[in-house]
Design a protein around this ligand. Structure first.
Ligand code: 6R9
Length: 632
């Protein structure tokens, strides 16, 4: 079966078939992959019992499907284009054969350091090709990769290493990010020093920048020393369909970040199927996803999805504004990119710059544009469409989450209609429902509610690493029988979906998920902080900004206190969680039962100073005026 959907009719047919006979449909899709052994059942288990299994009984290795499978037909085709931070440094290209060799060598190198199937390997790296290669090398061995974004702090890294009990850590000496150098190895050293019982036996250091670092005798090893010794022959490990593939930490509404767990076969089928159908690439096209591999988009749509489809994928080390805000568009021209996938926050930031940064480039290679990470506002959508797509490129607004493994709601480029600011229609296999305040399914077509998915799909997370109970509680208990996304959503008269944003205490700052509780906990680490409350507010570029209300002891001036708070958040989480505004307040609006009335704080942060609603249940209603008077 060719599962590529080529027309609206084929979409309708596939959707219908995935509803009436999901096992038949997904069995046919899965048949197009390389398996060592076929499955006994396509789908088993249920959302109620939190024991979903896809393709149970099957055996495979995902890297055989990403690499080996293509060697005969397109071994000399470019698999990966690498564009370095500095435009004067030459770009690199890896053919499928070369990438295959690099992955096999790296797998042997890891194996020689004692990595076995099922072991966890933490990757704390900048955007170098060796990061993608390490991801695939882990998968080839059957080790579970846990990529930690290079912008996280030592403390955040230590927490993740501890939680998933990593045996090996791979890092760089340092990484380039625009004009900045991020000292990854120093941060990693600090993380390991901070752990009482570090599970990490070996640290493998890839040299990127050439800065001075400390190599700890017996623990730290240079990538290049190990790599040159390693054989380029590594027959892949045979994995069970439901063996874990990776863990990726993400923020939730409470407590510490959750290790979202994805397994092998279902994730593979979902990554390949959604990539192929949403982006609709041809053999000679060139794709670029600007995400960092430290986020789910970099896993599914920079690495696995494109390689599973045998296309050319591009990896970029730098940032959109270095050396100037024309960099994205220069790279598009330079590499003749046809399919470009980025986040609304980048679109908004570049839209605000001088138009010549765009018009200096011709952008005529572009065929399809994509958006991911947050709702795209109308202004950004239209600019993207006009200035970048020249009104000839369909825009796919792809809604999905770390937990969903891949895209769930999106138009299919050039096949189904797009609509500005709408993710539009669910992919085959995805059955959304909008829920009302009572937890009932809203039947009317034109409506608004909390977005749930009522049936399992192959790419769905299977658990939270080490905490299956939390998995059930977080996603499967609010609406029994359904997966709850945490997002609010509107449906128009045509049945098209528009995701409106999180309905829980998770912020979306520049497309990055930040838990308000996580930031509050970090601020609370400062000895002079008595209490804090974090809310989001509308931000022109970031989508949402972070607003912190802090009650502090009087040991510091408010200016000093702000500095201290920024420092403690950078140490505890990383610079991405730094509040845009910090207001030192005499108290917080609390109800008699001690709950913070966040809606008031949100309104003040958004500079909406009237209609606070009913404040009669507040312990001290006068606090509202005091906070309002000091609003930033
Ligand atoms: C892939 C990714 C997930 C949250 C999600 C939602 C928001 C993502 C969106 C979107 C509107 C889109 N989100 N894509 N909202 N339209 N096209 O971003 O994963 O980092 O886990 O974030 O991002 O709120 O719940 P993740």
């Amino acid at each position: 079966m060719d599962w590529k959907i080529k027309s609206l009719e084929e979409y309708a047919l596939a959707y219908q078939e995935s509803r009436s006979n999901p096992e038949l449909y997904w069995g046919k899709v899965a048949d197009t992959f390389k398996w060592n052994k076929k499955w006994e059942s396509v789908l088993s288990g249920s959302i109620e019992d939190a024991n979903i299994k896809w393709f149970d009984g099957a055996e495979l290795n995902i890297t055989e499907n990403c690499l080996d499978r293509h060697l005969e037909e397109r071994g000399d085709k470019v698999a990966l284009i690498y564009e370095p931070n500095d435009p004067n440094e030459p770009a690199l290209e890896y053919t499928y054969k070369q990438l295959h060799t690099a992955v096999c060598k790296t797998a042997n190198m890891l194996k020689a350091q004692g990595v076995e199937k099922g072991d966890r390997v933490c990757l704390y790296m900048s955007m170098v090709p060796e990061l993608m290669i390490s991801v695939l090398a882990c998968a080839r061995i059957g080790a579970i990769h846990s990529v930690v974004f290079g912008g996280f702090s030592a403390h955040a890294l230590a927490g993740r290493i501890e939680d998933c009990d990593c045996k090996i850590l791979i890092t760089n000496d340092a990484g380039h990010r625009g004009e900045k150098i991020i000292h990854l190895k120093d941060i990693a050293d600090k993380a390991l020093d901070d752990l009482d019982n570090s599970p990490v036996q070996k640290v493998i250091v890839h040299k990127r920048v050439g800065n001075d670092i400390e190599m700890k005798e017996g623990r730290d090893l240079w990538w290049h020393d190990l790599y040159k010794e390693a054989s380029s022959d590594y027959p892949s490990e045979t994995m069970q369909a439901e063996d874990p593939l990776f863990i990726l930490y993400t923020s939730g509404s409470t407590g510490k970040p959750k290790g979202v767990l994805h397994t092998t076969a279902g994730y593979m089928v979902w990554a390949a199927y959604t990539f192929g159908n949403v982006f609709q690439m041809n053999e000679e096209d060139r794709y670029w996803c600007t995400a960092d591999i430290g986020w789910i988009t970099g896993h599914t749509y920079l690495t696995y999805g494109p390689l599973l489809n045998g296309v050319t994928t591009t990896m970029f080390e730098g940032i959109p504004t270095f050396p100037n805000p024309g960099r994205f568009w220069e790279v598009v021209d330079k590499h003749k990119i046809t399919h470009f996938y980025t986040a609304p926050t980048a679109v908004r930031a570049l839209m605000a710059c001088d138009p010549s940064f765009v018009t200096n480039n011709n952008l005529d290679s572009l065929k399809v544009l994509g958006s991911v990470g947050e709702p795209i506002n109308a202004e950004a959508w239209h600019w993207y469409n006009k200035s970048i797509g020249k009104e000839k490129c369909p825009i796919v607004d792809t809604w999905w989450q770390t937990e969903t493994g891949g895209i769930l709601i999106s138009s299919l480029a050039g096949v189904t209609e797009g609509k500005p600011c709408f993710a539009t229609l669910p992919l085959p296999g995805v059955f959304p429902a909008l829920m009302d305040a009572e937890g009932k399914v809203i039947e009317e077509r034109e409506s608004e509610g909390n977005l749930c998915i009522t049936r399992p799909w192959p790419g769905m997370l299977r658990s939270i690493w080490g905490d299956h109970e939390r998995f059930k509680q977080t996603y499967l208990s609010a609406y029994p029988g359904s997966y709850f996304t945490g997002d609010g959503c509107k449906r128009d008269a045509d049945g098209l979906y528009r995701i409106t944003g999180r309905v829980d205490d998770v912020l979306n700052v520049s497309g990055h998920r930040i838990g308000t509780a996580e930031v509050e906990n970090a601020i609370g680490q400062h000895p002079d902080v008595i209490e804090s409350a974090i809310v989001g507010f509308p931000h022109d570029i970031k989508g949402q900004g972070i607003y912190a209300y802090v009650i502090a002891s009087e040991n510091h001036s408010p200016e000093e206190m702000r500095e201290e708070i920024l420092k403690v958040i950078t140490e505890e989480i990383g610079p991405i969680a730094k509040p845009d505004k910090i207001q030192i307040v005499p108290g917080l609006p609390k109800t008699r039962s001690g709950k913070i009335m966040r809606r008031i704080l949100r309104k003040i942060a958004a500079k909406e100073f009237d209609n606070f609603g009913d404040t009669s249940t507040l312990l001290d209603p006068s606090i509202v005026d005091k906070i309002k008077d000091g609003a930033l």
